[in-house]
Design a protein around this ligand. Structure first.
Ligand code: C2O
Ligand code: CU
Ligand code: CU
Length: 464
């Protein structure tokens, strides 16, 4: 592993400065990307889904010939994809087979508070539970991960994370690439640090401002590459890292189309040369390989440090003639929403273990905000800089897909004009968001740098 240059990463006070981040090693491209399995529905009836999701320990051959101790859902490492359709009634049996407490949180799902899997929903080792909810939101790529108070970061780091796909009539009619694992590819990006025995060493990687590793895994694959046919390929990007930001770009500088945000399709595809995702954000993009040759060197890189993330190998084969429609959704921000007064002010501040929201750390027994079910409110977020400048906090709210109204008073970029459940909040930035909850319950609002969350950068919203 490349430890070079790590000296210069030390800040004056001995910890990592938040301006300089350990670089990722380039992917050598020697391993074909692993594609997560799709979880089987245990219920044969239409519009009813039954899943069993178990959190378990395991061993995974990440490096050839050695076993790494990992955690996973229904397997040794990471999790399967859960398919849901709008309108489905979903029952999920949760089983905790870990040696520690855990919860099962559905990130981005608009579910009642008692199904959301926040820190109140802790299951002890050996315990089981059932959650039930109806899918009321549109087609999107969401994810699931644990949320136990104080140990979310370590459990996610060790492998607990999986994807949720929601489909609806619209998504099925658009003609977008949708052959799973062929031209519709899930990509969970995570950075890890391995010790000299090839074990995930959370403590060694740990930094109060977020674990940053030098080794990239995509879907748990070390040194991944992706074989593609000459066709349009849809990539569902999830920044599943504890703390690292990714700026995805093609090594050639060519553009691609973004088609979806965290919570649904954009109205129209947005042509981009790069896209930044902070931890927990998703984007669906389409890259057109139809005019490429087998010897073209195309790769997805991370513009934050120039590292090669995912080299592509184009095959001779032609593929599907899929389509990127001009119109994909009807997301709107109404005049009324634009003119609502700000009713909640939320200030993110600090770094390391001194992180707070509105000056407070998380307290399980304290409700910080209340909101009425079904009522839209405008929340104003502010990232208050400290004397070192401050850092980006990825802000996330449970149980809702919201609308970004403005960033520093300006209209958000085209590719943020769609449903979001997480967004980056830069130092000294003010972001206005229109938030509505469809269900009741207690929901978390937090920084998705998981170490910040565990250090208390989390509040509770009660919806009644
Ligand atoms: Cu990704 Cu509190 O969640
Ligand atoms: Cu969440
Ligand atoms: Cu933070």
């Amino acid at each position: 592993m490349n430890k070079e240059g790590s000296d210069s990463m030390e800040g004056m006070d001995g910890h990592m400065s938040h301006d300089e981040v350990v670089s990722l090693n380039d992917s050598t491209g020697e391993n074909e990307l692993k594609i997560p399995p799709v979880l089987e529905d245990e219920n044969a009836k239409e519009e009813e889904i039954a899943y069993t999701v178990r959190a378990q320990k395991g061993e995974t051959e990440i490096f050839d010939g050695t076993k790494t101790k990992t955690l996973g859902y229904n397997g040794a490492f990471l999790g399967p994809v859960l398919h849901l359709s709008k309108g489905d009634t979903v029952k999920i049996k949760l089983i905790n087979e870990l040696d520690e407490d855990t919860t099962f949180h559905w990130h981005g799902l608009e579910v009642p508070g008692d199904a959301d899997g926040g820190p109140h929903a802790s299951l002890k080792p050996g315990e089981e539970n059932m959650v039930e909810f109806k899918v009321t939101q549109e087609a999107s790529t969401l994810w699931f991960h644990p949320h136990p108070e104080g140990s979310t970061s370590e459990q996610v780091y060790n492998g607990l994370a999986g994807l949720i796909y929601i489909e609806d009539d619209n998504s099925k009619s658009l003609g977008l690439p949708n052959e799973y694992g062929q031209n519709d590819i899930p990509l969970i990006f995570q950075d890890k640090t391995f010790d000299d025995k090839y074990q995930l060493n959370y403590d060694a990687a740990m930094n109060e401002d977020g674990t940053i590793g030098e080794t990239l895994l995509i879907n748990g694959t070390l040194n991944p590459m992706l074989s593609v046919k000459k066709e349009k390929v849809r990539l569902r990007l999830l920044n599943g890292s504890n703390a690292r930001n990714f700026t995805f770009k093609l090594n050639t500088g060519d553009s691609f189309e973004q088609i979806a945000t965290d919570g649904g399709f954009l109205n129209e595809p947005v042509t981009l040369k790069e896209i930044t995702l902070t931890p927990s954000e998703r984007a669906e993009i389409i890259i057109d390989f139809s005019k490429l040759d087998t010897d073209d060197d195309l790769a997805l890189i991370n513009d934050e440090d120039g590292s090669i993330l995912l080299p592509f190998q184009v095959s001779e084969q032609g593929g599907e003639d899929s389509n990127i429609p001009e119109k994909m959704n009807d997301f709107t921000i109404t005049e009324e929403e634009m003119n609502l007064p700000v009713t909640k002010n939320v200030e993110f501040f600090g770094m390391m273990d001194k992180v707070t929201i509105n000056g407070k750390k998380f307290d399980k027994d304290r409700i910080d905000f209340t909101q009425e079910q079904g009522v839209t409110e405008v929340w104003e977020f502010y990232n208050k800089p400290d004397d070192m400048g401050g850092m980006i906090h990825p802000v996330h709210i449970h149980g809702t897909q919201f609308k970004i109204l403005s960033r520093n008073g300006e209209e958000p970029s085209e590719n943020e004009q769609g449903w979001k459940d997480s967004f980056s909040l830069e130092p000294d930035e003010t972001v206005k968001v229109a938030v509505q909850f469809k269900n009741k319950g207690v929901y978390m609002l937090h920084c998705h740098i998981l170490e910040h969350e565990d250090n208390g950068m989390m509040s509770q919203v009660k919806v009644e």
